[in-house]
Design a protein around this ligand. Structure first.
Ligand SMILES: C[S@@+](CC[C@H](N)C(=O)[O-])C[C@H]1O[C@@H](n2cnc3c(N)ncnc32)[C@H](O)[C@@H]1O
Length: 311
């Protein structure tokens, strides 16, 4: 069903708020005006975030993230509830608690989750102070937290067993996530995406940041409605940059790969050039078209397809 003019205007307003570079350190006030704002967000912007969650959770599963069928899952800053929805799809959930500073967001996400996963017990949780999540989900929230919100989140992380954070792939937010990772290294295992548990090398690089690109579903290119919507709101539907971090209290069951590719491959006529993160720091790798023709072709077709990284 096509988006109405009103829905498009609502999405544009939200995007302007999210992308406002002039905001500096000022935090966004609660911007959800009603359920229609959330509905419009859910149809377009949250769908894109859902594809990023799909990519992050696929990698988490490869790295040994267990199912959560009996477990308490908390979605912090839930918005329309896309993180809880995608996590439940991939890993199951015993019970889901949806938390947001916005009562409208909690109400919308509860209805959405019940609709999409009717057999999972779900509730809103305006106050998380006594909650100890088995799995804590955080999605596109780090850039919005005021000092009080950040303290509430770090306290909640300390009470959690597993944490999965998915954020936009911007440099500023990725570096913030990397700094958070480094502060938590002593008491957590990094399940993904890191291939090591040393200090994050992007923090010292000055130019690099840990980010990836999800592959959008084919419909983004073939479904006329999706194509028109992307054009109308001025987004590049093919580009889904994200950064993420998954932490567990217990050591992962699967050994870490020796490297993780970052960003996208740069393709030349003779090779694909990729930045990789390893225990020895950030490095450049080259996939030679002549000797690794199949891999080169795959990267030419999908430059973001950087895992698994060959040994
Ligand atoms: C950009 S939206 C992301 C929503 C959702 N997690 C997603 O990925 O689509 C950020 C959400 O964080 C919420 N939020 C901002 N500051 C918060 C805080 N201090 N405590 C709880 N929620 C907060 C906002 O109300 C909003 O719903």
């Amino acid at each position: 069903m096509s988006l109405s003019r009103d829905e498009l205007a609502r999405i544009e307003r939200l995007r302007e708020l999210f992308l406002d570079e002039g905001r500096g350190e000022r935090r966004l006030p609660d911007y959800w005006r009603d359920q229609i704002d959330l509905q419009a967000y859910d149809r377009v912007l949250a769908a894109r975030i859902g594809w990023k969650w799909d990519a992050a959770l696929a990698e988490c599963q490869e790295r040994g993230l267990p199912r959560a069928d009996e477990r308490l899952v908390v979605d912090f800053g839930c918005g329309s509830g896309i993180a809880a929805t995608r996590f439940t799809h991939w890993c199951g959930a015993g019970q889901v608690l949806l938390h947001d500073r916005s009562p409208a967001a909690m109400a919308f996400s509860l209805a959405a989750l019940r609709h999409r996963h009717p057999t999972v017990a779900a509730a809103i949780a305006p106050d998380l102070r006594d909650i100890r999540p088995d799995v804590l989900l955080v999605s596109h929230v780090l850039g919005e937290l005021d000092p009080g919100g950040l303290t509430a989140l770090t306290d909640l992380i300390a009470r959690s067993d597993t944490v999965v954070i998915v954020e936009p792939g911007t440099r500023a937010i990725a570096l913030r996530l990397a700094a958070l990772r480094d502060r938590l290294l002593d008491s957590w295992h990094v399940l993904a995406p890191c291939p090591h548990r040393h200090t994050c090398p992007t923090l010292a690089s000055g130019t690099d940041w840990c980010h990836f690109f999800a592959t959008p579903p084919a419909a983004v290119f073939t479904d006329g409605e999706l194509v028109r919507t992307a054009r109308a709101i001025g987004i590049d539907a093919r580009s889904l940059p994200y950064s993420f971090l998954a932490l567990t209290r217990t050591p992962p069951s699967t050994p870490a790969p020796h490297a993780r590719g970052l960003g996208r491959a740069a393709i030349s006529a003779h090779a694909a050039h990729v930045q990789i993160c390893t225990a020895a720091g950030l490095q450049r790798a080259e996939i030679d078209k002549r000797t690794q023709a199949q891999r080169w072709r795959e990267l030419k077709r999908r430059p973001e397809a950087l895992r698994p990284w060959p040994h």
